[in-house]
Design a protein around this ligand. Structure first.
Ligand code: RNT
Ligand code: ZN
Length: 412
């Protein structure tokens, strides 16, 4: 089957493949830097990630320096049609100095900004509230010790400031996402006090106003983590309420809910009350395992919801997975492409037709149509997107990925 015949087949359903391709190429994906080095960061004092998150595996070739990470990213972006973003974490600072988290400044990140400029990439940012001695007990912004809370409040404030400067320098707002690991291994007796402390710390941290043209504040909830099985202070209900009250972004990470919850279903519900959304597209397997995303039902439904509910304009799509058992660059390319393929599939569906049969209450037609539509030649349209960008698919993609990985593996 050729692209021309696929185009004709979609046209029979009233769908213009060219419009869908153009729309897809307008959707930036924020590529998470931390898949490149197993969430280690470049602080000399930081060790493994901690905070209840864990990259497992020892495949050779992880990036050990900012230069290696940038080289790996350039390779990965070279296989991703469209223009994307880079999602940085604070502990990826690029500086010969060793500022502590409460002393970081914009200048410690300027090599990333210069590089982003040269690559035509937008940046997003995250304070790092883990992998640090002051977070060893999995309490940061909600710590009972006000000295520790103040340390992390200062870190968060500085990250918002750094994000604002990055956004101004790049002419595109930086989403600054707050995730703290705070929680308890065993059942606490005073959840309220912990949540009140988290709330008060956030209030102080968010006090300096920044232009939303430069930085957008987001908060990410979680259900549980390793070592904080009994209670997470920043739970979904906590942050849903907080984001609505403050009119800031809510981040939904697909691994941060009960395994049978449908995250796609939450988008339209939440979008009615918060100004914008941030997604951490991920693949939990039995728990928040952060596997590379596949073209599975969860991702297809997520993409379809974004398109059908008209939420692309108010949703920032970020990815969050880290697999250390495979090539880090291949993980990025496969994960981002799967997100793009899911979006393309959604953009290629006859939305008006489907919505009209549902509005008429014709659920039989809806079922027949949605199942028949699965057989449309989406693959030919994706192949066309890649061909136009002069990027490989199939066996040729594997060859390119293997060639790069064999060089990365020599890093020792
Ligand atoms: C942890 C959160 C968080 C992190 C990154 C590294 O459970 O998902 O988003 O994965 O900040
Ligand atoms: Zn996340």
């Amino acid at each position: 089957m050729t692209y021309a015949s696929a185009k004709a087949q979609f046209a029979d359903w009233g769908v213009d493949t060219e419009t869908a391709i153009a729309a897809l190429l307008q959707i930036p994906i924020s590529v998470h830097c931390w898949q490149g080095d197993d969430v280690r960061g470049f602080e000399t004092k930081s060790g493994t990630s901690g905070g209840g998150i864990q990259a497992t595996g020892n495949h050779p070739g992880r990036a050990r320096t900012p230069d290696e990470l940038r080289a790996d990213l350039e390779f990965a972006y070279g296989l991703l049609p469209g223009k994307h973003r880079l999602n940085l974490h604070a502990f990826y600072m690029d500086t010969p100095e060793s500022p502590d988290r409460d002393a970081i400044e914009y200048r410690h990140f300027t090599p990333w900004v210069d590089w982003a400029k040269s690559q035509g990439l937008g940046l997003d940012f995250n304070p790092t509230f883990f992998a640090h001695a002051k977070a060893d007990d999995n309490l940061t912004l909600s710590h009972p010790d006000s000295g520790i809370r103040d340390f992390w409040i200062e870190h968060g404030k500085r990250c918002r400031e750094i994000g604002a400067q990055m956004g101004a320098a790049l002419g595109s707002p930086v989403v600054n996402n707050i995730w703290v690991p705070d929680g308890f291994k065993d059942t606490p007796v005073d959840r309220m006090a912990a949540r009140q402390r988290l709330q008060a710390s956030l209030d102080t941290m968010f006090t300096p106003a920044h232009s939303t043209a430069h930085v957008l504040d987001a908060v990410e909830s979680k259900l549980f983590g390793i070592g904080v099985e009994a209670c997470t202070v920043g739970s979904h209900e906590f942050y849903l309420g907080y984001a609505i009250r403050k009119q800031i972004l809510l981040c939904l990470d697909m691994g941060h809910f009960h395994p049978t919850e449908n995250i796609a279903d939450k988008l339209s519900a939440v979008a009615l009350s918060v100004p914008e959304l941030l997604l951490h597209v991920s693949r939990p397997m039995r728990w928040d395992s952060d596997h590379v995303i596949l073209q599975n039902d969860d991702i297809l439904q997520m993409a379809q919801e974004l398109v059908f509910a008209g939420l692309l304009g108010k949703t920032h799509i970020g990815l969050d997975f880290f697999d250390a058992t495979i090539s880090r660059t291949a993980a990025w390319v496969v994960g981002v492409r799967n997100m793009q393929k899911a979006l393309l599939r959604a953009l290629l569906l006859p939305q008006a037709k489907l919505k009209s049969v549902e509005a008429k209450g014709d659920f039989t037609a809806r079922l027949v149509l949605t199942e028949e539509l699965r057989d449309l030649p989406f693959a030919q349209v994706w192949a066309e997107v890649c061909a136009r960008a002069e990027m490989p698919t199939g066996a040729a993609l594997l060859q390119d990925l293997e060639r790069y990985q064999s060089k990365a593996a020599l890093r020792g």
